[in-house]
Design a protein around this ligand. Structure first.
Ligand SMILES: *[C@@H]1O[C@H](CO)[C@@H](O)[C@H](O)[C@H]1NC(C)=O
Ligand SMILES: *[C@@H]1O[C@H](CO)[C@@H](O)[C@H](O)[C@H]1NC(C)=O
Ligand SMILES: *[C@@H]1O[C@H](CO)[C@@H](O)[C@H](O)[C@H]1NC(C)=O
Ligand SMILES: *[C@@H]1O[C@H](CO)[C@@H](O)[C@H](O)[C@H]1NC(C)=O
Ligand SMILES: *[C@@H]1O[C@H](CO)[C@@H](O)[C@H](O)[C@H]1NC(C)=O
Ligand SMILES: *[C@@H]1O[C@H](CO)[C@@H](O)[C@H](O)[C@H]1NC(C)=O
Ligand SMILES: *[C@@H]1O[C@H](CO)[C@@H](O)[C@H](O)[C@H]1NC(C)=O
Ligand SMILES: CC(=O)N[C@H]1CO[C@H](CO)[C@@H](O)[C@@H]1O
Length: 627
């Protein structure tokens, strides 16, 4: 039996959080959320092979620290997780190992007694029933859109370099490369030079290479980590593992992502799968549904019709499972089960059967201490102000008082960009894409870390002066395809952009569809029942309930693709500044030229509106308005 315990994506994109004691400078109160957490619903099932699988933790190594729901559910930090892994491995091995030692110690000179002792031990352990090793697999993605722990490095540093010192202390048997390791060459090089060697052949990049120069300046393309790994579990089961990345196109120069379809045709791949292991472990930063896993699966199946294959996916931040790839059913009688754990101490303590100090390991505590020291070193708790209440992206309608999008475009952007700006007094309309805001803001301290998390994109505000208000006011509805003329082309453009964005690593659309579906399916009833706490409610294609802790889903409201500031109180023919983010310049010019015919606007009409970057807006605003 194969057992996958999936520690859900730490919900980078859409939930929220704040320090328990309202003290932004102290992460030490973590792990003691003010509201009681709901414990897991039932004990885990153990099998012959047990896998702990984490994915998409990005920079959330200190866990989610805010007190607004459901953030405390994701409050476990990497140190807690390290202790959990140790405790689960102990449960798997301690029985035999412990009693074997006891037998040997007590019966040193009596072989017969020793044999009986062994036999009794064996029977006891079999009855207790924890026969196997725990493998740990991580489908990685560090850097960007993480938190200050990875992205908050001082000038001259390398994204995630410091945080990786902690990750590499966990006993991952297999780790697969993710897209965020590839946006900036220096980050990839750091993974290749410093991180991969620490993983000793277990950092897998089956289809990802980096181009490096040797001492003589001669360049060559080599795998970032290893292409595959073959190893044995503690009980001697042979594993052949790969680490595959989806067909990602947003990678930097001098890095290569080979298409999955081409990878499976490589000679090295054929050579690697020729020998039959007990299990193929296909780990990879690629969602298990709607992506290229079947290509890898079929390539293995063509050679080995019945060898167990387990696929560990990731990337879209959703909980998902399907057991359908084997259409004819395997000849070997294997069973499989999976469980999605909320990553918090309560979950870890419940399943390890140890609480508080008895749960923590020395290494776990030292990782937590180290991460806190790193947070301090990067000054990620620098306080901009105190948010008066929660501002969320999808939990409330847009526009509304508690909408982060409303806050950003109607309040924060106009106020922050007006500071030291000679055009401040000129009426304006501001437009940005809603995807620019990545994470909710929760009531309480708003820190440098929160700013990085909510608004990671460093776009410039540009503007076109002297646009008539009547023309400017048509641009936003047209961008959102409300105007009949533009509807088809804009929709097509958005679809095209969506496909392109997915290939470049953006996953909001899929993650949001998942949240929306869980709310539509059962949101109203489950919340009304009043006996469930908020969190993920997973419906997947594997049998039984996958969620470890039962929840009611968060409310979900969809938002338009583009959002705008409040209209100034001016006449239709009055000149206004049309302000927008550089990211949407091409589309905006096209639309502006289609809604009016007085003038053909071109890139030469566009100027910089403010030296402030979009990633700085919330901090500047909070310093003004939330102090
Ligand atoms: C790629 O790396 C090589 C070797 O370091 C270097 O000479 C070359 O300029 C790089 N190319 C780009 C486009 O960065
Ligand atoms: C990756 O590196 C290996 C080893 O140098 C090389 O043989 C292979 O052609 C490279 N693959 C790609 C897709 O660049
Ligand atoms: C397969 O496993 C199931 C459940 O453990 C068991 O009932 C069945 O008899 C097994 N079949 C074979 C062919 O071993
Ligand atoms: C505005 O100008 C003052 C004085 O030069 C400066 O201290 C301040 O940082 C500026 N504020 C912004 C948001 O640029
Ligand atoms: C806006 O137009 C007025 C006249 O209509 C002109 O004087 C002014 O220079 C223009 N401003 C810019 C920034 O182009
Ligand atoms: C919650 O309440 C509903 C309706 O009263 C009930 O069917 C369900 O079993 C309860 N769930 C839990 C986890 O107590
Ligand atoms: C808009 O401006 C007009 C003319 O200056 C003024 O009478 C009116 O009260 C303003 N409306 C609002 C809502 O400020
Ligand atoms: C499982 C779990 O921890 N659920 C918690 C999620 O967060 C809310 C708000 O803090 C709690 O009430 C739940 O118990």
């Amino acid at each position: 039996m194969v057992n996958a315990l999936v520690l859900a994506a730490l919900s980078v994109l859409s939930t929220v959080y704040a320090c328990g004691d309202h003290d932004a400078h102290d992460h030490s109160k973590r792990a003691v959320p003010p509201k009681p957490l709901t414990p897991p619903s039932r004990a885990l099932e153990w099998g012959d092979i047990n896998i702990l699988h984490t994915t998409d933790s990005h920079g959330w190594l200190l866990g989610h620290q805010k007190t607004s729901f459901p953030e405390p559910n994701y409050s476990g930090d990497l140190g807690d997780f390290s202790s959990f892994v140790t405790r689960m491995k102990e449960i798997a091995i301690v029985c035999l190992a412990f009693f074997t030692n006891v037998c040997a110690w007590n019966n040193q000179n009596d072989r017969k007694k020793m044999s009986i002792c062994y036999l009794l031990t064996l029977v006891t352990c079999m009855t207790v029933g924890h026969p196997s090793a725990v493998l740990t697999a991580r489908v990685t993605s560090c850097g960007l859109i993480g938190t200050g722990l990875t992205d908050g490095f001082p000038p001259g540093g390398v994204d995630a370099h410091e945080a990786n010192q902690f990750l590499q202390q966990l006993p991952y048997d297999v780790m697969a490369i993710g897209n965020h390791e590839l946006y900036i060459y220096a980050n990839t090089l750091d993974m290749h030079n410093n991180f991969a060697p620490k993983l000793k052949g277990r950092y897998l990049s089956s289809n990802v290479n980096i181009t490096i120069a040797d001492k003589k300046g001669k360049t060559s393309s080599v795998p970032v980590g290893s292409r595959f790994a073959k190893f044995k579990t503690r009980k001697g089961r042979k594993i052949t593992a790969f680490g595959v990345l989806f067909d990602f196109t947003g990678n930097d120069k001098n890095t290569t992502v080979q298409k999955v379809a081409d990878m499976v045709k490589e000679k090295w791949f054929a050579d690697a799968i020729r020998e039959e292991p007990d299990l193929f472990l296909l780990a990879g930063h690629m969602p298990i549904a709607r992506d290229n896993w079947p290509l890898v699966f079929d390539a293995v199946r063509a050679v080995h019709p019945s060898t167990p294959i387990i696929i560990l996916g990731g990337h879209t931040h959703i909980r998902d499972c399907c057991a359908k790839l084997d259409r004819k059913g395997s000849k070997k009688n294997i069973t499989f089960s999976r469980r999605y754990l909320d990553p918090n101490r309560l979950t870890y303590e419940f399943h390890s059967g140890r609480a508080k100090a008895a749960f923590d390991t020395f290494k776990g505590l030292s990782i937590t201490r180290g991460l806190k020291a790193l947070a301090k070193k990067f000054d990620i708790d620098f306080l901009f102000g105190t948010a008066p209440h929660d501002f969320t992206i999808n939990q409330v309608p847009y526009p509304s008082e508690n909408s982060l999008l409303t806050l950003f475009i109607e309040e924060a952007s106009p106020i922050a960009t007006a500071i030291n700006n000679t055009r401040a007094s000129i009426p304006k309309l501001m437009i940005t894409n809603s995807g620019s805001q990545r994470f909710d803001i929760y009531a309480g301290p708003f820190t440098k870390n929160d700013q990085l998390t909510s608004s990671p994109f460093a776009d410039h505000f540009l503007f076109i002066p002297n646009v008539t208000f009547s023309a400017a006011s048509q641009v936003l509805p047209a961008l959102n395809h409300a105007g009949a003329d533009q509807r088809r082309s804009v929709r097509e453009e958005l679809e095209r952009r969506e496909r392109e964005m997915y290939a470049r690593g953006y996953v909001d659309r899929r993650y949001n569809e998942w949240l929306e579906e869980m709310d539509r399916r059962s949101g109203a009833e489950r919340r009304a029942a009043g006996n469930l706490t908020l969190g993920y409610v997973t419906t997947d294609a594997c049998p039984g309930i996958g969620d470890d802790t039962l929840h009611a889903p968060l409310p979900f409201h969809s938002v338009p693709d583009f959002i705008g500031s409040r209209a100034p109180n001016v006449t239709a023919d009055a000149p206004v500044d049309l302000v927008f983010v550089d990211f949407i310049q091409t589309q905006l010019l096209g639309i502006l030229n289609s809604v009016q015919k007085d003038k053909t606007y071109a890139v030469s009409d566009v100027q910089q509106y403010s030296p402030l970057l979009t990633s700085e807006i919330l901090g500047v605003y909070a310093q003004q308005a939330w102090n």
